[in-house]
Design a protein around this ligand. Structure first.
Ligand code: DC
Length: 235
């Protein structure tokens, strides 16, 4: 049919260590769309500004934030979150940076700055995006919303396996502790706490393999897209 395709947004939200980023990469690759890693945006700000950011006045923080310009390069597995044209490095992936990111993410100034940046990226292109509030807050109009969960123990096991594969030390009980603390902070903050959107599909991944979850996600997305296609053709 000769109809105009509007932009598509697919959101994956959930707690730390649930496998969101691996899955979002694979979903984006399957659909050949850019992948927006919203956590990376908080992490980039955390790494760049450091702990000092927590001591800044609102005005100071606001003017610091104006120096960040986010963009996405590439699609699928090759998608990269960039600040001022430069792709984020592996140095944003430490648990120290994650913890500072989680602290900054509770500040209204930081959230409203990134809310705007994220919605701008969504205006430019269709997206697969991943985070804590993508479906509940940033993209309420998203075509498919997923909320992934798993027990903290399973998430800590996955995280330590992932770190071990990269040759990094990975003490299970330390990781479990970090996951529990960061989740509690992300769930209990006032601004956009971690929670499923009302219309999100909830998936408990505890007893499912990555491949099984990916199949569930893609099945649901393809089904929704074909219904949408049929509706548009009928118009
Ligand atoms: O997904 P991640 O581990 O890279 O995220 C790091 C922190 O950033 C997370 O603990 C909370 C914050 N965050 C957020 O508040 N909202 C998002 N959409 C993504 C991340």
């Amino acid at each position: 049919g000769n109809f105009k395709m509007s932009k598509i947004v697919i959101t994956l939200d959930g707690p730390a260590g649930v496998g969101k980023s691996t899955l979002a990469h694979k979903v984006a690759a399957n659909l050949d769309l850019p992948y927006m890693d919203s956590g990376a945006m908080f992490r980039i700000i955390a790494l760049e500004l450091g702990e000092e950011a927590l001591e800044m006045s609102e005005g100071q923080l606001e003017s610091e934030l104006e120096n960040f310009r986010f963009s996405i390069q590439g699609t699928g597995e090759a998608s990269q979150m960039c600040n001022n044209g430069k792709p984020a490095g592996d140095d944003i992936r430490t648990e120290e940076v994650a913890w500072l990111a989680s602290n900054l993410a509770a500040l209204p100034i930081v959230r409203s700055f990134l809310r705007h940046a994220q919605r701008e990226l969504g205006k430019q292109t269709s997206l697969v995006c991943e985070g804590r509030d993508m479906g509940s807050e940033i993209f309420p109009q998203a075509l498919c919303k997923f909320f992934l969960d798993a027990t903290p123990e399973e998430r800590a096991r996955r995280r330590s396996r992932q770190l071990a594969e990269k040759g990094k030390s990975a003490d299970y009980s330390t990781i479990l502790d970090q996951i529990l603390t960061r989740d509690a902070q992300d769930r209990n903050r006032k601004e956009s706490p971690l929670r499923p959107a009302k219309d999100a599909v909830l998936i408990d991944t505890t007893d499912r393999t990555l491949e099984e979850v990916l199949e569930l996600l893609l099945g649901h997305i393809k089904h929704t897209m074909s219904k949408r296609h049929a509706r548009q053709v009928a118009k």
